[in-house]
Design a protein around this ligand. Structure first.
Ligand code: ADP
Ligand code: MG
Length: 250
């Protein structure tokens, strides 16, 4: 009774375990081409492990214990903390250029030109100069922009963003979300946006899947999940983050 996969990414019955403990207990997700799926839920609900399982980069001691992942494109991941994913000793430009050399076989000169172009696309000012900066010479927001440029350097179809703005100040957070939205539009990217913060997810996602304790408890179009949550847990998330006055007729 299983229908053919239709999404660019289809996850069926995904289970993840660590030893005897089942952490993700059988989840289904699908993401259509060009769509942004938001994955929201409290810390520890299994969001990161779920996307790591999709990328096949589960940490040691954690394994996929069931389910299927079907992908119709190339993945790249944007992590919460670019400081730990960037090499502290290498210039940010070289880190991007290395990806172009490795993934696309570019010459040094081509890779450098493309890295500068990527720095431009992610909104780094004076990119030819910034190319030579080490990560610690950039602000947190700029480091995350570099993290995004490194992900883009692999020419992904699907960008998996795991709490990409959680470590940033609110203002910078909004700028980085704006950048991701623009990149998605300009490059026709398909996206998964993970956050513990429903407000973040609601800003960018077309559909939302709500995770709790390793299970998806609710999924649907963002407007209906936020506007009319069907699950008690979703309602509590909406109540907690959308601290807005009731809409008034005007
Ligand atoms: N390397 C690991 N080994 C064992 N358990 C882990 C490991 N990483 C995460 N977990 C457990 O898996 C659960 C889900 O973690 P995670 O996917 O990181 O949650 P989230 O991203 O939703 O905050 C947590 O309870 C966590 O303790
Ligand atoms: Mg996480």
């Amino acid at each position: 009774m299983s229908a053919p996969a239709t999404g660019l990414l289809d996850v069926r019955g995904l289970r993840i375990s660590a030893g005897e403990r089942e952490i993700v207990t059988g989840i289904d997700l699908h993401v259509d081409p060009g769509e942004c799926l938001g994955l929201v839920g409290e810390s520890g609900s299994g969001k990161s492990l779920a996307v790591r399982a999709v990328m096949d980069i589960l940490p040691r001691g954690v394994r996929r214990s069931g389910g299927e992942v079907t992908a119709g494109g190339r993945f790249a991941m944007v992590f919460q903390n670019p400081t730990t994913s960037l090499d502290p000793l290498m210039s940010v430009g070289n880190q991007i250029a290395e990806v172009r050399r490795f993934v696309r076989g570019r010459s040094r000169a081509e890779a450098k030109a493309e890295a500068i172009e990527l720095l431009t696309q992610v909104g780094i000012p004076d990119p030819a100069t910034r190319y030579r900066s080490r990560p610690d010479q950039l602000s947190g927001g700029q480091r995350q922009r570099v993290g995004i440029a490194i992900a883009l350097a692999t020419d992904p179809d699907i960008l998996l963003c795991d709490e990409p703005t959680t470590a940033l100040d609110v203002t910078v957070q909004a700028q980085v979300l704006g950048l991701l939205t623009a990149l998605r539009r300009d490059r026709g990217l398909t996206m998964v946006m993970i956050s513990h913060d429903l407000a973040v997810v609601a800003q960018v996602a077309d559909r939302v899947a709500v995770m709790r304790a390793g299970a998806v408890v609710e999924t649907g179009p963002t407007a209906s999940v936020v506007g009319d949550p069907q699950h008690e847990y979703t309602a509590s998330l909406v109540g907690a983050v959308l601290d807005l006055p009731e809409a008034e007729d005007s």
